[in-house]
Design a protein around this ligand. Structure first.
Ligand SMILES: [Zn+2]
Length: 164
């Protein structure tokens, strides 16, 4: 008995009907999506994708961090990625707090988080444009990579293009 029994039970059902054994690790549609960890976002469903189509990179706020860049470079050289969509979303928790707010919250519980950079988002459009530029100007891609940005509306399911 563990806190994960429900997941193991559901996985057994999933595996019983599994049909993905012929997929490879390459992105069949040449796409990587950088999006938020928000549990309302279904990145495959909202973009008409199925497993095998795209690399999905998720973190708090859909930020292009060093680790996201590292992953994109690997995805380009090893896994067939030829285009990147950065997709933050409306009503994002990361746009409602500052790093200092989070530090203060943690401090109330006796935890010092000041050595962490949370990459909170005071201005979502500005953060997205910054992150798109970061990908476009990285020297680690072998050729210019199509890079797009759009904000996903969690209340309508629609994408609002910012730079596409
Ligand atoms: Zn979010």
């Amino acid at each position: 008995m563990s806190e994960f029994d429900d997941l193991l039970a559901d996985n057994a059902k999933y595996a019983a009907g599994f049909t993905g054994s012929d997929l490879t690790g390459r992105a069949a549609r040449g796409l990587a999506v950088v999006t938020c960890m928000d549990s309302r976002i279904d990145p495959l469903g909202l973009l008409g994708l199925v497993p095998g189509d795209a690399k999905i990179l998720r973190n708090a706020g859909a930020r292009v961090t060093d680790d996201v860049l590292r992953t994109l470079v690997l995805a380009v050289f090893l896994l067939g990625v030829e285009r990147v969509l950065v997709m933050p979303h409306t009503d994002c928790g990361m746009s409602k707090v500052s790093d200092n707010d989070v530090h203060a919250l943690a401090q109330q519980q006796g935890v010092d988080t000041r050595s962490l950079e949370f990459h909170t988002v005071p201005d979502q459009q500005a953060a997205l444009r910054h992150d798109l530029t970061r990908i476009r100007t990285t020297p680690f891609f072998p050729h210019p990579l199509p890079v797009g940005g759009a904000i996903y509306d969690v209340h309508t399911g629609r994408l609002q293009p910012v730079e596409l």
